[in-house]
Design a protein around this ligand. Structure first.
Ligand code: NAD
Ligand code: GDU
Length: 319
């Protein structure tokens, strides 16, 4: 297929672009490099530096078969401080993109939604029927796009899939996570293992979990990428599907810390801090719908996620 990948200079978009190219697809990356890196765009992909707000002409010209839409702002705390950035970038930007998709007659689209749409759910595991009640503007902006996709698919026949990712980690060779600032747990723990920081921070030790720290469902980025390929292949015109992507297994922050210590062989000193505002106690996915609709199942363990993220960090440091 001939595909557009928005956000393909970012973490997940660059990994999935590399997988798409390996599968023989042709890829055009659209990215404004606001948080991405030009050198993260895989060789073999065409690169267009542009905002998603302004790619109507590009989409109209080239006879694309589908769009994978990763481009977004995704820092929860920033979205609380400056919600206007999230409505302008994630919502207005996606509306402009969808208009371009519709005008160009592009038949399918896969969107990066998030577990943050569920807010602080009282149930575990979380299914797609669990009420979506976001507790920050990042989650609200993603839920707004999910609603947009439902109405666009119904009215204009687009085959749309919202993939609700839980916690994504790991790397694929030279494609991995390079955020600044980095807020995610695994890369932050590995920065301490690599000697880039003195000690790690554990945010919250009084949660109602077996060891008091927050519970999350960690998914390898290449398992996530495979789900995107399957979502493209199985998509249905005029239908919008919402699908959780997680392993169904929850790990506490302390369990992740222990795994990072074991994989790296480093002590990784850690300090206990108060809870980070807005962090739910537990986010664990039911992936039954992904199995049924996409024929997908996760294959890689937390150990493999950490090992691949560690190998990526070591090679990025030495280059
Ligand atoms: N990393 C996770 O654990 C996680 C979890 C759930 C959902 N997601 C979603 O997955 C997607 C990718 O996340 P990531 O961690 O790779 O983020 P990232 O910041 O590494 O990548 C996002 C990319 O989009 C680009 N971008 C942002 N706004 C743009 C715009 N208006 N026009 C063009 N390009 C723009 C950035 O430059 C960047 O390259 C995001 O939509 C995010 O909300 C990520
Ligand atoms: O240095 C750190 C970083 C994180 N944490 C804790 O580790 C857990 C996981 O935190 P992450 O930042 O790695 O992931 P989140 O669950 O906060 O974020 C995930 O869900 C968010 C919405 O809830 C967004 O979708 C985001 O992109 C996605 O990675 C949280 O309890 C957090 O407080 C620490 O203890 N120390």
């Amino acid at each position: 297929m001939k595909l557009v990948v928005t956000g393909g200079a970012g973490y997940i978009g660059s990994v999935v672009t590399s997988q798409l190219l390996d599968e023989g697809h042709r890829v055009t990356v659209v990215d404004d490099l606001s948080t991405g890196h030009r050198d993260a765009v895989p060789e073999g992909a065409e690169f267009v530096q542009a905002r998603i707000h302004e790619c109507g002409e590009l989409l109209a010209q080239s006879g694309f078969d589908g769009v994978l839409h990763f481009a977004a702002k995704s820092l929860v705390s920033e979205s609380v401080r400056a919600p206007e950035l999230y409505w302008e970038n994630n919502v207005s930007g996606t509306l402009a993109l969808l208009e371009a998709v519709r005008a160009a007659g592009i038949p399918r689209l896969v969107f990066s939604s998030t577990a943050a749409t569920y807010g602080e759910p009282q149930v575990s595991p979380i299914t797609e029927e669990t009420p979506a009640v976001p507790v920050n503007s990042y989650g609200s902006s993603k839920l707004a796009v999910d609603a947009m996709l439902s109405s666009y698919s119904r009215a204009h026949g687009i085959a749309a899939t919202s993939l609700r990712y839980f916690n994504v980690g790991g790397a694929r060779g030279r494609f991995g996570e390079r955020h600044s600032p980095e807020t995610h747990l695994i890369p932050n723990l590995l920065r301490v293992a690599a000697g880039l920081e003195e000690s790690a921070k554990i945010f919250g030790t009084d949660y109602d979990t077996p060891d008091g720290t927050a519970l999350r469902d960690y998914l390898h980025v290449t398992d996530l990428g495979r789900a995107h390929l399957l979502a493209l292949e199985t998509s249905v015109p005029g239908t919008h599907r919402i699908v959780n992507l997680g392993t169904g297994n929850g790990y506490t922050v302390r369990q992740v810390l222990d795994t990072c210590r074991a994989v790296t062989g480093q002590p990784i000193p850690a300090e206990e801090h108060p809870r980070r505002p807005g962090d739910p106690t537990s986010l664990v996915a039911s992936n039954q719908r992904a199995r049924e609709l996409l024929g997908w199942e996760p294959e890689l363990s937390l150990e493999q996620i950490v090992a691949d993220a560690w190998a990526f960090m070591r090679s990025a440091e030495s280059s």
